[in-house]
Design a protein around this ligand. Structure first.
Ligand code: GAR
Length: 185
């Protein structure tokens, strides 16, 4: 099947990237990961790009120059889809407009609740009864854009930041791939 040329943007451990690579290597999964962009040259997640021989670029601190260079590479690799998988920088409006194709983000809360950073702290502080993750289209406004799907779990009394993170990420691994299948298959 013809697959969608995809670039995954990461910043940290890259556990979502790992799952996306494994799934994209299945013959009937709709995307092929051609490129990885990482905002930190020492990020652990780069090991997955190296392991599967996927070329990668570093998103440097000079946002203007970096975005310009990345847009050029996205064109060279004929990328038609960007997945933000734990990418902790905010893309400029100019970048989003210039790319002009779909960008999907995974966020560790039940949007529209708890946009931005420190999600698990906010969830605990607000004494939420449930939490989860959301996959949505990226627009020029942070953590907005049409929601594709959410996955939910109930919070237990004993939960803390690290247990919430673990439970959320376990849902994320399937959520991202399910969202891709929902849209592109
Ligand atoms: C994920 O939990 C993702 O939801 C979160 O970063 C983590 C990356 O983990 N993203 C955001 O907070 C974006 N606002 P990973 O590097 O192991 O995939």
């Amino acid at each position: 099947m013809a697959k969608i040329n995809t670039c995954v943007f990461i910043s940290g451990k890259g556990t979502n990237l790992k799952r996306l690579i494994i799934n994209s290597n299945k013959y009937d999964f709709p995307i092929k990961i051609k490129l990885v962009v990482c905002s930190n040259k020492n990020a652990e997640g780069l090991k997955f790009a190296k392991k599967w021989s996927i070329p990668y670029l570093i998103f440097k601190n000079n946002k203007f120059l970096s975005e310009k260079k990345i847009l050029k590479s996205l064109r060279n690799y004929k990328i038609n889809l960007i997945l933000l998988a734990g990418f902790m920088k905010i893309l400029s409006k100019r970048f989003i407009r210039s790319f002009g194709k779909s960008i999907l983000n995974i966020h560790p809360s039940l949007l529209p609740k708890f946009k931005g950073l420190n999600t698990f702290e906010k969830v605990l502080k607000e004494r939420e009864i449930k939490s989860g993750c959301t996959v949505h289209f990226v627009t020029e406004k942070l953590d907005e854009g049409k929601i594709i799907l959410k996955k939910t779990f109930f919070i237990e009394k004993k939960d803390n930041i690290s247990s919430l993170k673990k439970k959320t990420q376990n849902l994320e691994y399937n959520a991202f791939s399910e969202a891709i299948i929902k849209i592109f298959k």
